[in-house]
Design a protein around this ligand. Structure first.
Ligand SMILES: Cc1ncc(COP(=O)(O)O)c(C=O)c1O
Length: 370
């Protein structure tokens, strides 16, 4: 089956991991800050805390934002459930605000409509690799979190993802543009948010005697002032991440090339719309999400899969998951997200997708819809 997404691993990646395996550290060692520093070159210098997954990154970001029971967090529903779940496990009430009908990205107007004095943060999702409208979101006057699991390397009005929101989270899952197998990171513009994120990743430990309440114990002493977890990304995976980041520009370029080719080859196909895009962004395409009209998405999904083409659907609106339904969230809440979901289909997109395989995807779609 041709997958919808797939990692691109070279001998250089393998060599980097092997070298780390032969080193002294395996877990937290010199490659962790090296990876974080390299990542910060893509965030416009905004410092990054590496963690064990994109989900961990969201959990860390909400914890750094001091999201607590009684707080509300506004979340875009067209996302993987983790964007909402990580706020919910901290005890916050997740408030879903609808997306733009064409890009499936959080509508700043919809977010404004559900703001209350209890709103602690807004989490936008750079769906498919297309940045949200961060200028408009920042105007709402609450802390903004960018779930940039899809959009590493993208720019918005010339500014890089990672520099646009108070906190930005990345995922390095294998289908994503850059992979560490499992992994993620949080970029934090404010030093205090950065410190809280770094502490939460490592049990909340305070090692600097100048910050300890009781520094007289001795050199071994460390203290916990706020609870945290172990979300440390090990050296071995940072080695892979460093090696992958060296090819991020190439990954982006190849993905953009494939997207332009899909756009061209699918432009005249009736019953299908290619992805929408605002002219003030330079996306970093993770997904190629088309829309299938006429109630035929299920049929197209089944027939593409039967033809060995691993199309995917991203995503059911997050509040349709039974866990939210059981909490009283009702269908109909975000009609744009629901309409988008009903028509959405992700076509294969990854750097090593050959033109011949892409042609097969396009021809099969023409056979079904043409
Ligand atoms: C938008 C979005 N947010 C968060 C995540 C969670 O990332 P991870 O799988 O690395 O935990 C994903 C990945 O599936 C995602 O697509």
């Amino acid at each position: 089956m041709l997958p919808y997404g797939r990692q691109s691993i070279t001998e250089a990646d393998v060599a980097a991991v092997v070298e780390a395996l032969r080193g002294d550290w395996l877990t937290t060692g010199p490659l962790v800050p090296a990876f974080e520093a390299e990542l910060a070159r893509w965030t416009g210098g905004v410092p990054c805390v590496s963690v064990t997954s994109g989900t961990a990154a969201l959990h860390v970001a909400y914890a750094a934002a001091e999201v607590r029971p009684g707080d509300e967090v506004i979340v875009a529903p067209m996302t993987f459930v983790a964007t909402a779940a990580t706020a919910a496990v901290l005890g916050a009430r997740v408030v879903f605000a609808d997306v733009e009908p064409d890009t499936a990205i959080l509508s700043p107007d919809a977010a404004r409509a559900v703001l209350t004095p209890r709103t602690k943060a807004i989490a936008a999702v750079d769906y498919a690799g297309h940045p949200a409208d961060y200028d408009a979101l920042r105007e709402l006057g609450v802390l903004v979190i960018a779930d940039a699991a899809h959009s590493i390397g993208a720019t918005y009005k010339g500014e890089p993802v990672g520099s646009l929101a108070d906190l930005t989270t990345f995922s390095f899952f294998p289908t994503k543009t850059v992979t560490t197998a499992e992994g993620g990171a949080v970029a934090a513009r404010d030093p205090e948010l950065y410190d809280r994120a770094a502490r939460f990743r490592n049990h909340g430990l305070v090692r600097d005697p100048a910050r300890q309440r009781d520094p007289e114990h001795g050199g071994w002493h460390q203290e916990v002032h706020d609870f945290g977890l172990n979300y440390r990304l090990p050296d071995v995976l940072c080695a892979l991440g460093l090696s992958q980041l060296r090819r991020l520009a190439d990954f982006r370029a190849r993905r953009a090339e494939l997207v332009a080719r899909y756009d061209r080859l699918l432009a005249d196909l009736p019953g299908l719309a290619v992805p929408a895009r605002r002219d003030y962004v330079e996306p970093s395409w993770h997904l190629y999400p088309v829309r299938i009209f006429g109630g035929r998405r299920r049929e197209v999904y089944d027939r593409m899969r039967a033809a060995g083409i691993g199309v995917q659907v991203n995503y059911i609106p997050a509040y349709w998951h039974p866990v939210f339904a059981d909490l009283g969230y009702r269908r109909g809440m975000c009609p744009n997200a629901e309409a988008f979901y009903a028509e959405q289909l992700s076509l294969p997109l990854f750097p090593d997708l050959s033109s011949a395989d892409q042609d097969r995807v396009v021809e099969t779609l023409h056979e079904i819809l043409g």
